[in-house]
Design a protein around this ligand. Sequence first.
Ligand SMILES: NC(=O)CC(=O)C(=O)O
Length: 292
Amino acid sequence: MDQNKKLTVGIIQSKVTQNKQENIETMKKTMGEFIEKYPKTELLVLGECWGTPYNTKKFKQYSENIEKQKSPSVKMLSEFAKNHEIYIIGGTIIEKVKEENETKLYNTCCVFDSKGELIGKYRKIHLFNIDIPNKITFKESETLSAGKKTFAFSMKNGNFKIGIGICFDMRFPELTALYSHIHNINLMVYPGAFNMTTGVHWGLYGKVRALDTQSYVILASPARDENSPDYVAWGHSSIFDPFASIVSELDHNPGFISYTLDLDVILQTRQQIPVLKGKRFDFYDVSELKKD
Ligand SMILES: NC(=O)CC(=O)C(=O)O
């Protein structure tokens, strides 16, 4: 069997507290337990803001300069990736950057290779600004700036091409179309944190994005904490196959899941229902959608 046609992935769904150091320790410990149970893991995925309370007023205080090795979350993830020789899609960290004499904050996903190198990062492009009266009002743009670039990378000799979006990004099919048509992805990964009002959409988007792209989709969330003073996350980290079936799913509690993706399932789905091949670019034009 060609092992390059398989990719064994895992999702860690951990509880977020007000104490960043504690969150980092919990994540490291849980990842350690996961690897002990699933030693063949090649790629680990974490949720949105796994070390930071999801609250715009607290983002600055918890932010990190991720280019610096001393940034605590980056250091832990990089060392873990290197020590265990796995790739990590590091959920999101609130990134602090000096740009034109101004400090900007981004909701950023860092990706590490199996040597522990930070091979790229993706900054959330669509900021989460919603207002549902008597339910939830949340405005990331109060404190965050929006990213401007897509980021994709490949594993297993180029057999798996992986695109990254963050949470609210999954509501925008144009972004997925970019990843599909320009980066040719076959796995979309969204660290995210839907909430108790919008959680009903979470699994639907997993299915829809799998259908759009005929790809595997991974949605990775923090665990739900009903007593959170900030934001009650939906949980339900899940993996969808290219046929849009849920192949592995957590409930809302802390935990982890492992699953092996299969290139043949992607190829078979695309052959049986030739949606990607059938695109009519002569009829509609995606040239307006820019690469980074
Ligand atoms: N947290 C988000 O970015 C998005 C979200 O919760 C939603 O779209 O619902």
